[in-house]
Design a protein around this ligand. Structure first.
Ligand code: BJW
Ligand code: ZN
Length: 244
């Protein structure tokens, strides 16, 4: 079947959507693209900040070398995000909580837009731009959407860092293991708006597929995960998801 935007959705996927009880959604930067959040990769380009490729500025090595520069990059991005709203893709995924008995939303995004759309219990594999974490006692501080971020830990006074997972850093304890368990248990796995290049997140669709799930990708471009998928819908998340 053709969507209004011209993508094709198979009868098999429609049936799977109608019957599935345990659904895992894995999202990446592409799900927020239609809200105006720049992606990291895609369209042949990679994000650059003041001449630094994002995988240099968003790295554990840079954090150790120049914490103020890392904060400047994240302060800039929070400033951009302040004015942005969830799009039809985030809203559709939030509505799926009432459609599927067990929905697990796993995101690589740090922008908080799934939660703003109403999704609950989102598994944030790469942390959140809306939190800071103490370098010493690890206390997590919420950063208000409007207003200043903490300059220092309110408990011990030491420096804080963005509570995000930078390249070369470990994911939050238990987050990937939980997501991997849900991937192994799901019947339907939807992989939405990710380039599928960053591990371990990109390993989740393979876990789902190996365990027998139907795996479907929604992305305007093919990715390294496309061949593994049972179905790849080429289209924008904000246009395709409301049609599913
Ligand atoms: C649309 C759309 C629309 C556009 N609708 N779609 C195995 C081999 C080699 C290296 C490794 C390995 N395993 C692990 C590693 C190291 C590394 C890694 O994966 N490197 C690879 C690049 C090779 N992984 C790590 O370092 C991870 N840690 C780890 O594994 O710890 C253990 C370890 C330590 C040391 C060594 C080895 C192991 C941590 C990864 C943390 C990633 N962090 C970032 C930055 C977060 C902070 C920040 O925001 O700055 O997370 S990197 C960046 O990429 C960000 C994203 O979450 C992540 C994924 O990107 P995503 O979401 O897929 O976005 P894009 O931009 O790549 O793609 C957008 C897609 O949307 C495109 O496909 C478009 O077509 C599509 N699109 N419009 C639908 N409208
Ligand atoms: Zn502290």
């Amino acid at each position: 079947m053709q969507t209004a935007a011209g993508s094709t959705i198979s009868a098999e996927l429609r049936q799977r959507l109608a019957e599935a009880k345990r659904v895992l959604v894995l999202t990446g930067a592409g799900v927020s693209a239609e809200s105006g959040v720049p992606t990291f990769r895609g369209g042949g380009n990679s994000a650059v900040w003041k001449g630094l490729p994002f995988d240099v500025i968003s790295s554990g090595a840079m954090l150790e070398r120049n914490l103020p520069a890392v904060w400047e990059w994240f302060d800039y991005r929070r400033g951009v995000l302040q004015a942005l709203k969830p799009n039809a893709a985030h809203e559709t995924i939030a509505r799926w909580q009432d459609r599927f008995p067990e929905l697990t939303v796993v995101t690589q995004n740090v922008d908080g837009l799934h939660q703003l759309a109403g999704s609950r219990n989102v598994v944030e594999l790469h942390g959140s731009i809306w939190r800071a974490r103490c370098l010493v006692c690890r206390l997590v501080h919420e950063i208000p959407r409007e207003g200043a971020r903490p300059e220092a830990c309110r408990d011990c006074g030491n420096a804080v860092r963005p509570d995000v997972v930078l390249f070369g850093e470990m994911l939050p304890a238990g987050a990937f293991e939980f997501a991997a368990q849900r991937a192994a248990d799901c019947e339907l796995c939807l992989v939405i708006g990710t380039s599928g290049l960053v591990y371990p997140a990109a390993g989740l669709p393979e876990i789902a597929k190996s365990a027998g799930a139907f795996v479907c990708e929604i992305n305007p471009e093919p990715t390294p995960l496309s061949d593994l998928c049972d179905e790849a819908i080429q289209g924008k998340a904000g246009e395709v998801l409301p049609e599913l």
